[in-house]
Design a protein around this ligand. Structure first.
Ligand code: ARG
Ligand code: ZN
Length: 885
């Protein structure tokens, strides 16, 4: 908790560490009401900085110091200084050892940072600055040390004792036992982990490209032992993929994953000992949806890929966080694209970015991919660092091409193996292999905000010339009034009147050859691109594959969008055309509602969707994406001033119209896919997933018709399906329908069946909290009284509070402000327990400037009340200060 105003930490103030820690020897004595941590550090003055001996300043938070010795000389209180965050003392020689013993209370650690208890097991979360809650240390990523760790605990309660690296010794003494682990690779403290618990494991092995055998083990609580196979399969796939695509081989004899129930984020890449939120590792068909299976595949890969992009080559300081996170998200998203449908993966990523990251980039918390300053680094594990950071890497991939990009990544790993480096080092490797000057490109790391492209065109039939004019701009963001032009790759093609790809030559291009798709590279505020030998007036298909994280405006007519939706060879842009068409139609209805004109929905969307459903050349996954409707959150993101209730009404009106118009084909499609599902053994594989997604989409439209036969079919699917994907989509349709008695019955049955499985109960909670039909505030408050709910468990907080505030926008933004009062209450309650969570779930309130003046006032009032609280965590303090600045 804050005692004084937290300080800003600035990138420009970075300095190398005064001292280094060559060896770290830790001993953990774990008990029920406390733990002792003994540290033996072998240290030296940083040889790069000279031979004077400045004071040694160690990080340490909430530690009770019991013993301190330097070079075996016991130190007394007169020899050192301690405050709430640091311990300092004067070394007497350039090389010395430091021994300390601290007492901590893991069982009372509700912040889930440092060493804590999740249920009956001990575990750690050290990134970014949790290690300082374990022992006094130089808790910064550029201090890399070799670790030897001994864990001692009661044998019966904690039969499994784990840490990083290889097990080198173990033994028993009475009722207690111990294990010593040694990590042969030097690492920063944020990658340290220990686990102690009564865990079962599933074991497998992997033979690396050089023939080394690696033991793979996933540890879980005994009741979850049947939920590990998918994560294990995913692990083996991503290990192979990283060898084939990046030439990266695993570097220890054992790779372990541990599932824990209480975890602030998704997972953590601790060296050789990944710790996962159980929701990101455990799955079986009866309890887990397709979405969860896919999420597990990508997160297992993400954490595994960090072994190189993050661990072998790590970050110099936390301003460089995107160096490992952006690159690793890019890597995991390419892996998922290879394992599933590439187009669908790109649609999912773009949708996510445009809904969440664009909103962040447009609000008071906007920050560059490499932020220049922070108070609390935990607040910077954001969509910008992760997802926009991945888009920046993707643009490098596009600009260099796949071969040179691979050479660049090889060079990066080779040059910097074992080092703690910066985003500049990553870009420098890409420059070295390509000969390109990426100085201007690096503005993506320093300038916040989403660039806007305005595109116009002109066709000169006589000279067969086609001109494209692009203007780029970027709105002001906090602390950055004016932006310099970005380097933006715009992938594109041209369509002729028959829908065929037109070939042409791009003037002044590096290679001015005839082709039919191009990457235009923007680097000025205003630019013209001219194509020659263009035989007819083309229709441009722009920003194919979402080649840059920008907003692109081109004045398409609805006919042109319908045409692109039908003919574009780029799957992403077919989907994008459908989105833009839907946005236009919904906006028109918004306008009708606003002016109290009669609501008339343009038929073009229904016609296009009908054509999509009838098109045998489209796979079901893409069909599902195309007819899936822009989310309310995305629609609001596009509006100058977000009008939640009106937009929700308009959106629902258009959905109902579509359901009515397409009732017949949707019903036929639903029946066919449901029958097919009954005949098929469930597997979480791309083709089946596409079918189930389309089936669910069809059912959700049909639900709007309020027909008894459809309700009956939904109930039947809920009761009979053998997999959670179909069961949950049926449950969600019921909950969001007018058939509330059936919905209630299904909810009761579901809760009885799964009361013992917290991960399934998370889904039960969120399907209700996210429902604008059922999820009234009073009901949400009731859910929080349910015995399965606990505010101390982040998954539960996300399932109820998160689902309500992010997916139930009509209720959260209720005109009386009750949703805002509720969220502020929860933020205050959580801040005393878990600052990372309070600072995160407050996000919807931080977007207050986006809404109507009346709502703005209500939201601001809640933010100000929070700011006036007597005790605020550093995390929440920073978010409030920036939000109200
Ligand atoms: N490095 C982890 C990942 O990207 C995220 C852990 C961050 N944890 C935290 N408490 N800030 O997989
Ligand atoms: Zn990561």
């Amino acid at each position: 908790m804050r005692t004084e105003q937290p300080k800003l930490i600035r990138l420009v103030d970075y300095q190398q560490p005064d001292y280094l820690i060559d060896e770290t020897h830790l001993t953990f004595e774990l008990y029920e009401d406390y733990a002792l941590v003994h540290a033996h550090l072998v240290m030296q003055r940083n040889p790069a900085l000279g031979c004077d001996l400045p004071r040694l300043v160690l990080d340490g938070v909430e530690l009770q110091l019991l013993h301190l010795a330097m070079d075996d000389q016991v130190l007394t209180a007169a020899d050192y200084q301690v405050d709430a965050e640091q311990l300092s003392l004067q070394p007497l020689r350039p090389s010395f050892t430091l021994d300390s013993t601290v007492r901590i209370e893991p069982q009372n650690n509700t912040a889930l940072e440092g060493l804590y208890k999740s249920g009956e097991m001990f575990c750690t979360q050290c990134e970014a600055q949790g290690f300082r809650k374990i022992t006094y240390y130089l808790d910064r990523p550029d201090v890399m040390s070799s670790f030897t760790t001994t864990v001692i605990a009661e044998k019966q309660r904690y039969p499994i004792l784990l840490s990083n690296g290889n097990l080198i010794e173990e033994g028993v003494e009475d009722k207690r036992h111990w294990a010593t682990w040694q990590d042969p690779h030097k690492k920063p403290a944020y990658l340290f982990a220990v686990v102690a618990g009564d865990l079962w494991s599933v074991e497998d092995s992997f033979t690396t490209m050089n023939g080394r055998e690696v033991t793979l083990r996933i540890f879980v609580e005994p009741e979850n032992i049947d939920k590990c196979q998918h994560a294990m399969n995913s692990l083996k796939k991503c290990m192979r993929w990283d060898e084939e695509q990046y030439g990266r081989e695993y570097d220890l004899d054992i790779f372990m994953i541990v599932a824990v129930n209480d975890f602030n984020m998704g997972a953590m890449e601790n060296k050789g000992l990944n710790i996962f939120n159980s929701s990101c590792v455990l799955a079986k068909p009866e309890t887990s949806t397709d979405a969860i299976f896919q999420r597990i595949e990508s997160i297992v890969a993400h954490e595994y890929f960090h072994n190189w992009s993050g661990n072998r080559v790590t970050c110099r300081d936390w301003f460089q966080l995107s160096l490992k996170e952006g690159f690793t998200v890019f890597r995991d998203s390419e892996f998922s694209a290879d394992m599933n449908s590439r187009t669908v993966k790109r649609i999912e990523d773009a949708t996510f970015l445009r809904t969440h990251q664009f909103a962040e980039d447009a609000g008071p918390l906007a920050h560059p991919v490499r932020p220049p300053e922070y108070m609390e680094i935990s607040n910077f594990y954001t969509w910008t660092i992760y997802e926009k950071g991945a888009e920046v890497v993707r643009m490098l991939h596009t600009l260099l091409g796949p071969e040179r990009f691979r050479q660049g990544s090889d060079l990066y790993f080779e040059r910097h193996d074992g080092q703690a480096v910066t985003c500049d080092d990553f870009v420098a490797a890409m420059e070295s292999v390509s000969g390109m000057d990426l100085t201007q490109f690096k503005r993506w790391y320093s300038q916040a905000g989403t660039p806007v492209l305005r595109v116009t065109d002109e066709y000169d039939a006589e000279r067969q010339l086609y001109h494209i004019d692009i203007a780029q701009s970027c709105p002001a963001t906090p602390g950055q009034a004016n932006k310099q032009p970005f380097v933006i790759p715009v992938a594109m093609g041209l369509l002729g009147a028959e829908g065929q790809a037109l070939s042409a030559r791009l003037q002044d291009a590096e290679q001015c050859v005839t082709q039919d798709n191009w990457v235009l590279t923007l680097n000025q505020a205003q630019q013209r691109f001219t194509f020659t030998e263009v035989s007819e007036r083309p229709l441009p298909s722009l920003l194919r594959g979402f080649s840059a994280p920008v907003k692109l405006h081109y004045d398409y007519s609805r006919e042109q969008l319908a045409f692109l939706l039908q003919h574009d060879s780029d799957g992403f842009n077919r989907w994008e055309a459908a989105q833009q068409l839907a946005v236009q139609v919904i906006e028109e209805v918004c306008e009708q509602l606003r002016t109290h004109a009669p609501v008339q929905v343009d038929g073009c969307l229904a016609q296009s969707f009908a054509a999509v459903l009838n098109n045998p050349h489209l796979d079901t996954a893409l069909q599902a994406e195309i007819i899936s409707f822009p989310s309310l959150a995305y629609l609001l993101e596009l509006q100058e001033q977000a009008d939640v209730q009106l937009t929700d009404k308009a959106r629902e009106a258009v959905r109902l119209y579509l359901a009515e118009q397409l009732a017949e084909p949707l019903q036929a499609l639903y029946n066919r896919l449901r029958e097919q599902a009954k005949q098929t053994q469930y597997r979480p594989e791309a083709e089946q997933i596409g079918n189930r997604r389309l089936q669910a989409m069809a059912l959700s439209y049909l639900t709007l018709l309020q027909r008894d036969d459809i309700v009956a079919a939904t109930v039947a699917q809920f009761e009979q399906a053998d997999n959670m994907t179909e069961r949950l989509s049926a449950l969600s349709c019921l909950v969001n329908s007018t058939a509330q008695s059936q919905a209630q019955a299904a909810l009761v049955q579901f809760a009885e069946e799964f009361a013992h499985d917290p991960l399934v109960m998370d889904q039960w909670f969120s399907v209700q909290a996210a429902s604008s039909v059922l999820g009234e505030l009073a009901h949400v408050r009731q859910l929080m009284q349910h015995p399965s709910f606990s505010i101390k468990n982040p998954n539960k907080v996300r399932a109820v509070i998160g689902a309500f505030t992010q997916h139930n926008l009509p209720q959260f933004h209720a005109e009386d402000g009750s949703g805002y009062v509720f969220l502020a209450e929860q933020v205050a309650a959580l801040d005393a327990l878990n600052p990372q969570m309070s600072a995160r779930i407050i996000t919807p309130l931080t977007r207050w400037q986006r809404y109507t003046p009346a709502q703005q006032a209500l939201m601001r009032a809640q933010l100000e009340q929070l700011q006036a609280l007597p005790k605020l965590s550093k995390d929440l303090y920073e978010v409030l200060e920036r939000t109200l600045a």
